[in-house]
Ligand binder design. Structure first.
Ligand code: GUN
Length: 296
């Protein structure tokens, strides 16, 4: 038996379509401000895609491109000006920032109601306390894909592998919100393989290429692979290929459903960012969230 492939690319395209529908139903056009500092090539690619999809879903994007030499105080001022600008609904500061700039201090400036990345302390606190707010994008995408594969997640044993602030911890809280029994496993966990094999939903998010082998997976489990790792290609010397944290080829014969890499969790991040931009606009203006994007 081969696992059902969870098509994150198709799901993300569908979500972007629903975001477009939601945008059309709003009284005014939401806007997303993207702050890009320096010239990291990967960040430029990410930002280009974010801007492209913002336009494609009918929203306005505002760009603030700053040189790597910008001072931290100047960057803080840029973020504060975006906070104060009523024409801006969402603010995203592309990470990582160039060396010498303290990303914690910069992110902390973002008003929580505009924090479409869900990265501020206030957003994290709202998530922990179960209050409404903007949730981090990649973990939200993980829950959406698991629900797409399994339906209601109530009572499922969910094991998150990894305790990062960006993915592991918020993912644990979001799966808890779905009434899962959640375990956070990490590098110090005893009997790590056994713990992973207890999962109905396994969410590896550690950034270690193909670390999770088929023996770590409960037969029939849903595997949501967050890892995106560049490894040297054997077939094409000098080139790279992308692999997840799961050894996909062997896992696919054990799991019940599994996300591929690429084309699984990756495309969900931007789609959830766009959804968050609409949610932010609704929050700020007191508009009802259109049903088509309201639930996960
Ligand atoms: N860099 C890589 N991924 C992300 C993301 O989701 N948000 C931000 N702000 N920076 C990133």
């Amino acid at each position: 038996m081969s696992a059902q492939k969870i098509d994150g690319k198709a799901f993300a395209a569908d979500l972007r379509g629903r975001v477009s529908e939601a945008v059309k139903a709003l009284p005014a056009q939401p806007s997303l401000a993207v702050v890009l500092v320096g010239d990291d090539p990967a960040s430029h690619v990410y930002v280009r895609n974010k801007i492209k999809f913002t336009g494609e879903t009918g929203m306005r994007s505002i760009e603030r491109r700053l040189p790597a030499t910008v001072s931290e105080d100047e960057l803080v001022d840029v973020v504060r000006a975006l906070n104060d600008d009523d024409a801006v609904n969402g603010i995203l500061v592309q990470l990582p920032l160039p060396k010498g700039l303290n990303s914690d201090r910069v992110i902390a400036q973002i008003h929580p109601d505009k924090d479409v990345d869900g990265l501020t302390e206030a957003s994290a606190g709202r998530l922990l306390l179960g209050k409404s707010g903007l949730r981090p994008c990649t973990p939200t995408g993980c829950v959406m894909l698991a629900k797409d594969a399994l339906g209601d997640l109530t009572g499922k044993n969910c094991v998150i592998l990894g305790r990062s602030i960006l993915v592991g911890k918020p993912a644990a809280l979001l799966f808890l919100e779905q009434n899962c029994t959640v375990t956070i496993a990490h590098s110090r966990t005893q009997n790590l393989e056994d713990v992973c094999r207890s999962a109905d939903i396994l969410v590896p998010a550690v950034g270690r290429p193909e670390m999770v082998k088929s023996g770590w997976i409960k037969p029939g489990a849903c595997v949501i692979d967050v890892g995106i790792n560049r490894v040297p290609s054997i077939k094409r010397p000098g080139k790279f290929r992308l692999v997840g944290d799961v050894a996909y080829r062997e896992a696919v014969s054990i799991a019940g459903s599994i996300t591929p890499v690429p084309g699984g969790v990756g495309p969900m991040t931007i789609a959830c960012l766009l959804r968050n931009t609409v949610l932010a606009a609704c929050l700020q203006n007191g508009w009802a969230v259109p049903d088509i994007i309201a639930g996960l």
